[in-house]
Write a protein that binds this ligand. Structure first.
Ligand code: ZN
Length: 311
């Protein structure tokens, strides 16, 4: 059905907005989601079911899921920290539910306040909750292997352990796992090696996506490695919103506009209209006047006579 070679998953409304102090209004978020869906984006992570006390920026996630699931042909993704969040995601009808499983236990304790044993229990609980729900056939449960490439707190993460936990998540009933470079530590060789090792263990169909940050400028190089080992879903954030507080001037997630340009220029169809996407960027910048958006394509403009693969 899809004529896309690569599926872009826009994570700006979640990963981007959770990392900045500005709180975008629900109306502005809806306008962003709608405009980006209309530009051809197949999937948008609209929020996270975390307590509003912890992340007031994302307090309207339920309303956004309900809104976004009404947009035709849009896959609506959300992050959940635990079973409670997953239940809310199921109730609101999210299509894709991602539970972060931080391979650094120190990071896991800080991020979701759970040990590895507790996260593993939660995977089983969420699998059970989805299988009991009416939406089970329309819900994909992904375990996001975060800090898979290294952790700011623990440093290097043992790759055999990453592979073992990927296998564990699938064994417990998760539909898929995703690799996540939460800290922007990954390099292309590591992306290739870790992806191959996980594919060998669980099958390539159980891991199709990767979540990359551009904290150290390696984002698009890592994308090239991901493409070569057959990954087909790439997370990115419009304007790289959510820059890293430890590296002034460095973007957070890889920039959607630059990623779409890279893919389309190489002949890979994303289904996204570059001009419309750049217009969404303008629209979002107006709603976040305090925030600096990143991206080379927006700054330099499209090359003369540029022909997109999706055109
Ligand atoms: Zn992230």
């Amino acid at each position: 059905m899809s004529t896309r070679d690569i599926e872009i998953s826009e994570v700006g409304p979640r990963d981007g907005l959770q990392s900045i102090d500005s709180i975008m209004s629900t109306a502005d978020k809806k306008a962003w989601i709608k405009a980006q869906a209309e530009a051809g984006t197949p999937e948008i992570e609209v929020g996270s079911f975390v307590p509003a006390k912890l992340l007031p920026q994302l307090a309207d996630t339920a309303e956004l899921v309900e809104y976004a699931t009404g947009i035709p042909d849009l896959n609506v993704a959300v992050l959940v920290p635990n079973l409670f969040g997953a239940k809310r995601a199921i109730e609101t009808g999210a299509h894709k539910i991602t539970l972060p499983f931080s391979l650094s236990e120190t990071h896991s304790m800080k991020n979701v306040r759970r040990t590895h044993a507790q996260v593993i229990d939660e995977i089983s609980n969420i699998v059970a909750a989805i299988s009991e729900s009416e939406n089970r056939d329309n819900t994909v449960f992904e375990v996001g292997l975060s800090t898979a490439f290294g952790c700011t707190l623990e440093g290097a993460i043992d790759e055999d352990f990453v592979v073992a936990m990927a296998a564990k998540a699938i064994e417990l009933g998760a539909d898929e796992v995703g690799l996540s470079d939460t800290t922007g530590y990954a390099n292309p060789t590591q992306v290739t090696r870790l992806t191959k090792a996980i594919h060998h263990e669980i099958g390539a169909d159980k891991m199709t996506g990767i979540h990359l940050h551009n904290t150290r400028g390696q984002g698009l190089a890592n994308v090239m490695a991901a493409l070569e080992v057959g990954l087909t879903t790439l997370d990115s954030s419009l304007g790289g919103i959510g820059g890293c507080p430890f590296a002034p001037g460095a973007s957070g997630n890889i920039v959607t506009e630059d990623l779409v340009f890279l893919l389309e220029a190489m002949g890979l169809k994303t289904g996204i209209d570059m001009d419309k996407l750049l217009a969404v960027r303008e629209q979002v910048q107006k709603t976040l006047p305090e925030e600096e958006l990143y991206g080379f394509v927006a700054a330099a403009g499209l090359p003369k006579d540029f022909e997109a693969a999706s055109a």
